[in-house]
Design a protein around this ligand. Structure first.
Ligand code: SAM
Length: 336
């Protein structure tokens, strides 16, 4: 008997199936267009994802990475939230082909009412098609909506805004975060590319969410100002993504994976989700030296600090060697 496929596997299979209908040359051209468009000056006045080839290219080329980034951010929220937390319903703003809806389903399995809002009809249509492969997403509502100050977001436990802010004007960025803050009864999760610009947009969103009464559940161990000096550095994380055949075809080379860099904030309404943020978070790739591990940590007091964990620390040292960029520190149960 076969074990049930995970949402990640089901998504991978559904995305691979899409490419069967798109000749390799057309797919490669659509990816080139996509990359050129995303390199162009944003925000755009009209959807970048205009037709079936565009959205197929987006889904096959980018969605595995945005899915994994969103899944990491949501998993960090799950780790901070009480063990029995699972959002009763979900709205995904600028949801496109639905990466974040798959990520929510991967972190909290089970069916729930889901609404995806986006202004690009071809993206919604493809998202609906892909979601048909997952019984728990098959009933999702895919609704055309333009992000603006007039955007009406239905109330839901969880509202996600994944890889969207970078496509908006400053006014629309503020409007969508405020709309998400009003609509969410439990939590808002914002994910952006792990670039200085993506980080700056996440920090601006974080400020607005905290201003609206939310508390940061992840990645920050605190809800005070971010200790990073803007322009000096940017807080971001990394997740490994298996490359699709289209990826390999377009990018060449034989690497079976690539690392997606992302910035995020998960914020909760304290009264609904009494989250316990990580005591400290590893905010850079740990440096493993002979007999010691250097950890760059963001701390509950809202400060950055480097900790050196040596062999003399015993169990903690072994835990440090297994600790990854983005993890909470110390891990539960790590002894000295
Ligand atoms: C980079 S894609 C991200 C899609 C999806 N959230 C993900 O994580 O893969 C950006 C999405 O934002 C949508 N979008 C951009 N500007 C918008 C606007 N003004 N109103 C509604 N949707 C918008 C695009 O159509 C697109 O689907």
């Amino acid at each position: 008997m076969h074990a049930l496929a995970s949402p990640a596997e089901t998504l991978r299979t559904a995305l691979a199936g899409l490419l069967e209908d798109l000749p390799p040359k057309a797919a490669a051209q659509a990816v080139d267009r996509l990359i050129a468009n995303y390199r162009g000056t944003t925000p755009t006045g009209a959807p970048v994802l205009r037709d079936r080839a565009d959205v197929t290219a987006y889904a096959a080329y980018r969605m595995p990475a945005t899915f994994e980034a969103a899944r990491s951010a949501l998993a960090a929220l799950a780790a901070a939230a009480p063990a029995d937390f699972s959002p009763a319903d979900h709205v995904d703003i600028g949801g496109g082909t639905g990466a974040a809806t798959w990520a929510v389903n991967a972190v909290w399995p089970g069916g729930r009412p889901v609404t995806v809002l986006d202004w690009a009809e071809p993206a919604l249509a493809l998202g609906r098609e892909i979601a048909a492969a997952n019984a728990e997403l098959a009933a999702a509502r895919w609704q055309r909506a333009r992000i603006s100050a007039a955007l009406d977001v239905p109330a839901a436990a969880l509202v996600t805004v994944s890889y969207v802010l970078g496509e908006l004007t400053a006014d629309d960025r503020a409007a969508v975060v405020d709309a998400a803050a009003r609509a969410a009864t439990d939590a808002v999760v914002v994910v952006e590319p792990g670039t200085p610009g993506g980080y700056a947009r996440v920090i601006a969103a974080r400020d607005r969410l905290v201003g609206a009464g939310y508390r940061v559940a992840a990645p920050c161990p605190h809800s005070s100002a971010c200790p990073i000096v803007p322009g000096d550095d940017w807080c971001h994380f990394s997740v490994r993504v298996a490359r699709s055949s289209l990826h390999r075809q377009v990018k060449g080379g034989s690497l079976a994976y690539e690392d997606e860099k992302f910035s995020y904030v998960a914020a909760v309404r304290d009264t609904a989700v009494p989250a316990l943020p990580a005591a400290r978070r590893v905010v850079r790739k740990p440096q493993i030296r002979k007999g010691q591990v250097l950890l760059d940590l963001c701390e509950a007091e809202g400060e950055l600090r480097r900790e050196t964990v040596t062999k003399r620390h015993g169990g903690l040292y072994r835990a440090a060697r297994d600790t990854a960029w983005g993890d909470a520190w110390p891990p539960a149960g790590a002894g000295g």
